[in-house]
Every structure is written in C-alpha cells, then in structure tokens.
Design a protein around this ligand. Structure first.
Ligand SMILES: NC(=O)c1ccc[n+]([C@@H]2O[C@H](COP(=O)([O-])OP(=O)(O)OC[C@H]3O[C@@H](n4cnc5c(N)ncnc54)[C@H](OP(=O)(O)O)[C@@H]3O)[C@@H](O)[C@H]2O)c1
Length: 258
C-alpha cells in the first residue's frame, strides 16, 4: 500500500494498521527522516516490507517523479491512499495567493495525477484499492477556508465518479471524510479550523477499512459528523454556508491591555 502523508496523523495510523494486518508499505511525505524512523518502528513490530520515498507533492511533476521512482525500484502498487493534505484558515483576499496554490497542488493535483498514473496498472491486473481522504468540509462551502473546502469537494466528487467507473473491474475506490481529528493538521490550519469534539486518527482508519468491505462510494467518520454532513448536503445553501462560517469564524481579537 502506498500512503501519502504517512509521516503524521491519519497517514501514520493507516501505516501502522495496514502493516499489522499483513500489508507491505511505501511511505511518502516530505520529511524523509521521520518516514525512516516510522518505517524502522513498523518493520520491527510487524516484519512488514516498508519503503520510504520522500517527496514534496506541492511541486509540479511530483506525482510523475514519484511513479518513476517506484518503477526504478520495481515496486508494483495495488493500493493507494491519497492522504497528504493541508488546510489553511484565513480569508482569500487577505492571504498569500501562493498558499491557495499549494493547497490545490497537494490536495487536488497530486492526488489526481497519482491516481491517473497508478489506476491503469491496477485495472490491467484487475485488482486494486484507492482510498482518497476528503473531509466533512467537502459537503458545503466553508468561508475562511474557501480553498480547502473546495479542494475537498473535488476529492469527494472525483472519488465518487471513479467508484462508478471502476465497478466490476476489481478496483475499489473509496472517499473517506473525516471531521475534526486530533492530528498536526491544526498546527498548520490553526485552532479556529476545528469544529466539534476531535476524533482520533485510529477512528478514521477503522471507519475507512470497515467501509472498504461494503460497496459504498464514501464514508464519513463518526455519527455526529455523518449527521452534520447529511444535514449540510440537504439544507438550502445559504444556511449551510452560514453554519459553516460560524463554526470556523476567527476568534475575536483579545482587547489590548494597557
Ligand atoms: N485532522 C483533521 O481534522 C482532518 C479533517 C478532515 C480531513 N483531514 C485530511 O486528512 C489528511 C491527513 O491530515 P492529518 O489530519 O493527518 O494532518 P497531518 O498530521 O498534518 O498530516 C499531513 C500529512 O501530509 C503530509 N504533507 C503535507 N504537505 C505535503 C507535501 N507538500 N508533500 C508531501 N506530503 C505532504 C505531511 O507530511 P510532511 O510534513 O512530512 O510532508 C503529513 O504526513 C489530509 O488530507 C487532511 O486534509 C484532516
């Protein structure tokens, strides 16, 4: 199984679970030394074959370069977890435009390009699993996180379409939509981006692997998150947008002390 964003959070939890279940791993993220430490830990606990391929998925051509590296190592990939991602909090008009591009590059472009490059091999071997990590932010626009929510709507829409395109081929595509989960995500996104009680990365992995055994195109992790997502998808959009805005509204600045 190739896992992007394996150095932390949900990706790291997937790596542990899959190796414990007997799978071999290819771990991808920018921090090679963190990946190497994780690989060593997993090898000694499980005996799994774990390869590390450090890569910055925000750079143009990153997916292509990654696939070339896999080929040069004779690694055949029948499982892909597109998990690497980041979300930034702040109004678009007041943000560095380059940060919007980085979110799109990692959350959308790299995910799409990796899928497009690895899917044909899976189809020809008639076996494969692709798990794309979306978010409950996919179900409505999120003011103050406009780009992030739009990238996750893309991931959900893309995955649902591929689910249908691959039915009966031996390839299983699943979109996973976590709500707030206790990871380093909020080190980047900021605490204002957090909605409700955080679940654990292990909760998300458990929900994903359980959903893989069903025929559904997508899964929301957690009952409260599922209810909120279903509600948001059915509400008139102005109400869904207002609710999302309140949830991640920037905290009022503290009054300056004299
Ligand atoms: N935590 C939440 O509340 C939450 C909710 C919904 C959805 N999600 C989604 O879950 C996924 C995993 O996030 P997480 O919560 O586990 O956060 P995390 O702990 O911050 O992990 C993010 C991972 O992505 C990797 N990454 C970031 N930028 C990268 C780049 N340019 N190239 C390669 N790898 C990169 C990071 O590795 P390096 O820093 O080593 O590169 C890290 O391994 C993301 O897609 C996120 O949008 C999270």
């Amino acid at each position: 199984m190739l896992i992007t964003g394996a150095s932390s959070g949900i990706g790291r939890a997937f790596a542990h679970r899959i190796a414990l279940d007997g799978g071999d791993l290819v771990l991808v993220a920018r921090r090679g030394e963190v990946l190497e430490r994780l690989a060593e830990e997993i090898r000694s606990q499980t005996g799994a074959d774990v390869q590390c391929v450090p890569a910055d998925l925000s750079t143009p051509g990153a997916a292509d370069a990654l696939v070339q590296t896999l080929r040069s190592k004779d690694l055949v990939i029948d499982g892909l977890i597109n998990n690497a991602g980041l979300g930034l909090h702040g109004d678009l008009g007041a943000s560095d435009p380059a940060l919007a591009s980085t979110q799109i590059a990692v959350n959308v472009t790299a995910l799409t390009e990796l899928t497009a490059r690895l899917l044909p091999g899976m189809l020809s071997r008639r076996t494969g699993t692709i798990i794309n990590i979306a978010s409950t932010a996919a179900f409505q626009p999120v003011p103050h996180m406009a780009v992030y929510a739009a990238t996750k709507s893309y991931v959900l829409s893309f995955s649902r379409a591929l689910w249908e395109e691959t039915r009966g081929t031996g390839v299983r595509v699943l979109a996973v939509c976590p709500g707030a989960t206790d990871t380093a995500f909020f080190d980047v996104a900021g605490e204002n981006a957090s909605v409700g009680k955080r679940r654990t990365p292990e909760n998300v992995v458990h929900a994903a692997l359980k959903a893989l055994r069903s025929d559904r195109p997508d899964i929301v992790d957690g009952t409260a998150n599922s209810l909120l997502a279903a509600l948001a998808a059915r509400m008139p959009s102005r109400f869904a947008i207002a609710l999302a805005e309140r949830s991640v509204r920037p905290a009022a600045p503290h009054p300056q002390s004299a």
